[in-house]
Design a protein around this ligand. Sequence first.
Ligand code: ADP
Ligand code: MG
Length: 700
Amino acid sequence: MPLEKFFNPDSVAIVGASRQKGKVGYEILKSMIDAGYPGKIFPVNPNADEIEGLKCFANLKSLGQRPDLVVIVVPAKAVPDVMQQCASLGVKAAVIITAGFKEVGEEGKKLEQQVAQIAKRAGVRVIGPNCLGVIVPANKLNASFGGDLPAVGATGYLSQSGALLAAILDMANANGIGFSKLISIGNKADIDEIDIIEALAADPDTKVIAGYLESITDGAAFVRQAEQISQKKPILLMKSGGTAAGARAASSHTGSLAGSETAYECVFERAGIIRCFSIKKQFDFAQTFATQPLPRGQKVAVITNAGGAGIMAADAVERYGLTFAELSEKTIHKLRSRLPAAANVLNPIDVLGDALADRYEFALDVAIDGPNVDAVIVLLTPQAMTEPVATAEAIVRIAKQKPQKPVLASFLGVSKVQKAVEILRKGGIPQYDSPESAVLTIKVMVDYVRWCARPKRIVRLFPVNRRKAETIVERCLRQGVREIGEAESKEILEAYGFVTPKGSIATTAEQAANIAEQIGYPVVLKIWSPDILHKSDVSGVRVGIETPQEVMDAFDLMMYRIPQKLPNAKILGVLVQEMCSTGKEVILGMNRDPHFGPLMMFGMGGTMVEVLKDVSFYLAPLTADEARQMLVNTRTYKMLKGVRGEKGVDIDAIAEGLQRLSQLVTEFPQIKEMDINPYMVGPEGTTPIAVDARISVEKV
Ligand code: ADP
Ligand code: MG
């Protein structure tokens, strides 16, 4: 397993071990001892002979052997020297707990780089600096100052925040939640989130990977690796802080609609990562992933001794889009044979308020076997006759006998169910403080199963004229142009297979009339300026012009009024354009995230995009399925399919447009932002038209 020396060392040296209670150097040593670590512990401190009964060493060299793991707690200034000693000894793994590096500014950053360089040259892998340490409950390794050694479990946890990890530990310990490994990654001078996630993926003791992240070091690599790993083990992440893309001043619809969270949402969706918005939710999900099999479908059966709780569960099942299992004749018949006449043998199975443990046991045994049941939730409220403890034992028993379907419990109450909850936890049955949380967990599992079963991603490559687009983009960049002009945009789009309306730019009214004559009426007139983002905002678009006189009047009016309104805008003329027969207007767009690359956008188009905000995003490059899913994810989709007898539009043609755009922006990192709005689409079999586009470029 990668990083083995961090997780299963035969010996651990603590450089900077201290005699003084309350100091980190003392607390780590104490944590190591208290955890019952079976290997050798070497405290290193030149001023002490012994600490807590362990012989002290003046430096690493005087150990006379090479420790598997070195934990460094000395002040920041002294860390390079200690790392040098690690390097000379051939140490392979070091955890730097010490703070005062990158997080404190330039000087700290330099120091961190220096340490990282020494380590890299000598092949020492490093966790930290500025971290809480590493904990492996099964190996009784607590090389941290985070708290007591937690229970053994199947969740591997990584945290970028040491302080948060301390809170997580405390909460886990109070609830008896176990871990396979806990790693505080700190400043990530060497080992980063991907290394840890990979190590946990390869770890046979880890079934679920969970973590808290603030930043992602290498966006592209993260997406690639996480997507592969998610296929094998679920990844549950809390993520705080968005990316810069949303904060950047936007020069397109897509840019202004992409929030700082959009990139992470896209990345998580693409990589199958389950995003959690609180520690509690994360634990809720993790405990079931860690202990239960994945559901084969989305049909949920509920067993309860209280009607109200059953209804709460049923409501949640509906809210989260799961199915309330319809029990088979055989299941109903079996239930009826032994449950009292007053019991409800349909789902939710109500075993009644006077149910003892045996009734629960019987009902669960039968429900699990039900052919229409994919998961079972057992609800209990502690009423006068209820036997919480015996019921918990019965649930554990049945779930062990029939491990093929997930069983979740929600024992409601506090003191009366406390012991029972402990039994459930020890027996590997996830327990929830509300039926709703149990249902949500099943929903998250169902989504994950679906994600894992998604079709293989195949990105279609269209035959395009890449060279032509490249020539234009390069020329614009050479000329210092940021917003590509009308004619060039059109050429780029056409090179990638888009159809654009006929048209060109006129600088005089007569010229405008001539162009209109060539195109054929009706025509559209549009003001053309690199400084005007949305032409209709300044009355710069006139549609449905029928005669040469109208063309000339409209031209004069625009050229007169708009410079008055916008004296600083550089106006290049008026675009005379073919009028497209009516269709539906949609928007296809892209906003490039600095870490994760192009984010594709689809939505309701036209001039109201920002108002309606009915858009969806996805990470490029897009597959046909993903492009289609982007459409389905908007409300506009229903309208596009046709409502109230109205004929729908060509959905596949829109999806193809998205894929072509995705190919364009993937092949041209110089394109920072762009959108086609409106992309005018008609009924099946017609060709959509890219009526208006913005492309902004930047040197890379
Ligand atoms: P902007 O987005 O800068 O305001 P557009 O070129 O997108 O300018 O035009 C605004 C609106 O005018 C479009 O959403 C569409 O409804 C209409 N429109 C523009 N050009 C055409 C055209 N060639 N054919 C039909 N309608 C058009
Ligand atoms: Mg537009």
